[in-house]
Design a binder for this molecule. Structure first.
Ligand code: 5IU
Length: 263
């Protein structure tokens, strides 16, 4: 059976990477394939949103460089919430430099991303050296990498040949590369890549800057294993509304998964 029609728990045996395994287990435990992208610029709002959506998500996606009052305490509180609510962390850093530089960006600086983020991602534009650089830091820590194979934005150059090249590059580094940021299932039937899909919202077609949205049921039907939702969840206001929206997307995403695998 192709991964498309397998349950998350049955796909566990296809994965050796600790972050990929932990994610699949968390998805099953919480019956959630929802990742919330918390793109807000203050620590207080960030922690409020994470605490509100925590019960409904398997994964929190961060852009830590957006935070105006970023500090070490924020990372401690995020990690505490990750334990409290049982979710993994994905820093959407989109590394794009040569191996030597991404090693430093991933392990050092003010954020030390590798020390707290279970998953991160990279553009393939530099070639495979970006993967070996990141792997030299991430693999010993049990981290996983997603390659950017497609984007949700209008006019993206990440399509066709470029997307195929991302899949080929991933095959050369299977221990560390666990899957793709993409809009649909990628790879051959015998391969199991985790597909994480942004550009998901109920009731909006896009924004004014090129973002394009699809519904949870559409993207899960096309092969998304995790739906990534940002403004659709947190733009609605206070903590209770945000909590309710997250739960709505969790239910939608899970129902679409059950339909896809036929359970
Ligand atoms: N994101 C996308 N599309 C992509 C990639 C990343 O939207 O193709 I790669 C990020 C950008 C933002 C989040 O952090 O996912 C989506 O947020 P909204 O749901 O608010 O549009």
């Amino acid at each position: 059976t192709p991964p498309h029609s397998q349950t998350y728990s049955s796909r566990l045996s296809n994965h050796t990477n600790p972050a990929a395994r932990a994610l699949l287990q968390c998805i099953e435990r919480k019956r959630s394939n929802l990742c919330v992208s918390v793109d807000v610029s203050t620590k207080a709002r960030f922690l409020e949103v994470v605490d509100a959506v925590g019960p409904s998500v398997c994964l929190i996606k961060t852009h830590m460089d957006i935070l105006e009052d970023f500090d070490a305490d924020l990372l401690e509180q995020l990690q505490a919430l990750s334990k409290k609510h049982d979710f993994l962390i994905f820093e959407d850093r989109k590394f794009a430099d040569i191996g030597n530089t991404v090693v430093l960006q991933y392990s050092k600086g003010t954020q030390r991303i590798a020390s707290w983020s279970h998953l991160t991602n990279a553009h393939i534009v530099p070639g495979p050296g970006i993967i070996s650089g990141l792997a030299s830091v991430g693999l010993p820590l049990g981290r996983g990498l997603l390659l950017l194979a497609e984007m949700s934005s209008e006019g993206t150059l990440a399509r066709g040949e470029y997307t195929d090249a991302a899949v080929r590059m991933a095959r050369g580094a299977r221990e560390f590369v666990v899957g793709f940021i993409a809009q649909r299932r990628l790879g051959e039937e015998g391969e199991d890549w985790l597909i994480l899909t942004p550009g998901v919202q109920l009731g909006a077609a896009g924004d004014t800057m090129g973002q394009q949205y699809n519904t949870p049921s559409k993207v899960v039907g096309e092969g998304a294993d995790v739906i990534i939702v940002g403004r659709g969840v947190y733009a609605k206001g206070g903590k209770e509304e945000v909590r309710a929206e997250a739960e709505r997307y969790r239910r939608e995403g899970w129902a679409a998964y059950e339909k896809r695998v036929g359970i």
